[in-house]
Design a protein around this ligand. Structure first.
Ligand SMILES: [Zn+2]
Ligand SMILES: [Zn+2]
Length: 342
């Protein structure tokens, strides 16, 4: 089969002809119908984030059709439409048993630690496979598995309650999902903070109150709009010291700031005024859980999570086209997504 693979860091991805993967007893072979191109893939190609073993097929946002199943797989049959959870976990270790399988000691991410979805087929444990209802196009099923899933996990970690207010810092792929998911989970008002006009406009169309951070301090603006109170939940999806600090400063009494933007940089907090005096919390968010995916899929099926404005175009399973899309991501991150449709 054809696969678009990372041969070495810092090199363009290359088309290779590889063997069809052999199935283990609990595995499913999925014919890939859609694989999202994610900003992480640009980091993997550049070598900013370690990918091994090399060469490896990238692509961790995958949807398709079950082609073949191992003898122990009872829940799926060939022909089923599915989407794929990007972590292949053991299902048996302490973390897996506690329902925190993103910390599974032997967990492997598809498209990073084992072959991913920029290929005609992908082999995954059937445990990582979820049914994709006919109402959801493959392209949406694929991109939901990364940014939308992490946005949902962030809102759950932040313990969002109906009637609460939310501020989302960074309205890219995660943010545009977060805005909609917060609304679907009952948020009273969602503020979307960004510096890009097109993203703010899209967030407004999806129901958020846009806050242009170029026009002044977004914390002051949100305080003005909430009668001085601030918000119950802030999501930081960028990973910048400035916006991380803002996501804490904007909290109301009892507020929770969930940080999902990946960075190695630090930011300052004034403990008394910003945390202690308000009993506010700062919460780390890492990936998401398989158990959250059925709810996410239902929200998409019901149209409460609309990914149509986020998918910008589809491309063929072609090394040049994928490298071009990754180059575009390297240059600037737009909210829109390119999806490979083999
Ligand atoms: Zn991704
Ligand atoms: Zn495990």
């Amino acid at each position: 089969m054809k696969a678009i693979r990372l041969i070495g860091p810092g090199r363009p991805l290359e088309l290779r002809e590889v063997d069809l993967p052999a199935l283990g007893p609990g595995d499913a072979l999925v014919r890939v119908k859609a694989a999202g191109i994610c900003h992480s893939d640009a980091h993997y190609r550049a070598g900013a984030s370690r990918v091994e073993p090399l060469p490896l097929t990238l692509g961790h946002e995958v949807a398709g059709v079950v082609e073949q199943i191992g003898p122990q797989v009872a829940d799926f049959k060939p022909g089923d439409r599915v989407c794929v959870h990007y972590m292949a976990t053991c299902g048996q270790c302490e973390s897996c048993n506690r329902g925190e399988e993103q910390f599974c000691a032997s967990g492997k991410m598809i498209g990073k630690h084992r072959d991913g979805g920029y290929a005609e087929y992908i082999r995954v444990p059937a445990r990582s496979v979820f049914r994709l209802p006919p109402e959801i196009p493959f392209e949406h099923g694929a991109i939901m598995m990364c940014s939308s899933a992490t946005s949902l996990h962030a809102l759950r970690k932040a313990r969002l309650e109906p009637g609460e207010t939310v501020a989302v810092f960074g309205v890219g792929g995660l943010g545009l999902s977060a805005v909609q998911l917060a609304g679907a989970l009952g948020a009273l008002q969602v503020f979307a903070v960004d510096i890009k006009e097109s993203k703010l406009e899209l967030a407004r169309r999806l129901g958020a109150t846009p806050i242009d951070a170029r026009a002044g301090d977004p914390v002051s603006r949100i305080r003005e709009l909430t009668g001085g109170r601030g918000v119950d939940v802030a999501l930081e999806l960028i990973g910048l010291p400035l916006t991380m600090a803002q996501s804490v400063r904007v909290l109301a009494v009892g507020g929770r700031a969930a940080l999902a933007g990946i960075t190695t940089r630090s930011f300052e907090v004034t403990p008394y005024h910003e945390l202690i005096n308000k009993e506010a919390e700062i919460i780390g968010v890492s990936d998401h859980l398989a158990q959250e995916l059925p709810l996410l899929i239902e929200l998409a099926r019901l149209g409460k999570l609309n990914l149509a404005p986020i998918v910008s175009r589809t491309i063929a399973l072609d090394a040049d086209a994928i490298n071009q899309a990754l180059d575009d991501l390297d240059r600037f991150s737009d909210a829109a997504r390119v999806v490979v449709t083999p």
